[in-house]
Ligand binder design. Structure first.
Ligand SMILES: Cc1cc2nc3c(=O)[nH]c(=O)nc-3n(C[C@H](O)[C@H](O)[C@H](O)COP(=O)(O)O)c2cc1C
Length: 191
């Protein structure tokens, strides 16, 4: 796939087929995280794989989907849930560069997944205390984010921002439309 095609398609997906993410794709996702750039090459991030259906269900109860949409359309139903979560962990006493490292790793992971047709949702609106308990994390690590993965059952497309409204919405097929600001609005001309 051409890099721009990959970047356009690598959107956020929130409804999934109940089909396991294959081992080779999971391997690629983790390898993409493993080799990602990090400040001073410290490689401080750690990952936890959640793939057993009962554990995926437990994580689903501890994350919040689609803040701009009513739950009945934004939150996956039981038969639309992701089939894989990966927790991204950072040192508990982490610095600003750990956040940058996490962003780079998240981007690499979700792109590697999409290259194999696996969609994802990066999740920051999560119940960190409960997830920390569920994973039995040591005190020196904290959860940066959860990432949901699976084969999407909906489409998602980039559309222009209209009247300054950046909220994503659904069309009549329940496909996502994601407004992105125009180039002239984000690239400043300083002269
Ligand atoms: C740091 C971060 C945290 C996010 N947290 C959530 C979340 O908790 N729940 C959710 O449904 N989506 C979450 N998202 C997905 C965003 O809503 C999504 O990226 C945004 O609407 C733009 O859509 P796009 O990824 O298709 O460009 C998060 C994305 C990022 C980058």
């Amino acid at each position: 796939m051409d890099i721009m095609e990959l970047l356009y398609g690598r959107r956020t997906y929130r409804r999934f087929a109940q089909k396991k993410v294959p081992e080779n794709t999971l391997h690629n996702i983790l390898e993409a995280a493993r080799i990602s750039s990090s400040a001073a090459n410290k490689q401080s991030l750690r990952y936890i794989i959640v793939q057993k259906p009962e554990e995926v269900a437990s994580v689903c109860d501890l994350v919040k989907w689609a803040a701009y949409l009513p739950a009945e359309v934004g939150t996956p139903k039981e038969n639309e849930r992701p089939t894989l979560f990966i927790a991204v962990l950072q040192p508990a006493n982490g610095s600003v560069t750990d956040h940058t490292d996490a962003g780079i790793a998240l981007s690499n992971m979700t792109l590697a997944a999409w290259a194999d047709g696996v969609g994802s949702c990066i999740m920051g609106a999560i119940n960190r205390p409960k997830l920390t308990e569920l994973f039995g994390l040591p005190e020196d690590y904290a959860i940066h984010s959860m990432v949901a993965f699976g084969y999407p059952v909906h489409k998602s497309s980039v559309v222009p921002v209209k009247n300054g409204d950046i909220k994503y919405y659904l069309d009549e097929n329940k496909d996502y439309l994601v407004p992105k600001r125009a180039m002239e609005d984000i690239v400043w001309n300083i002269r």
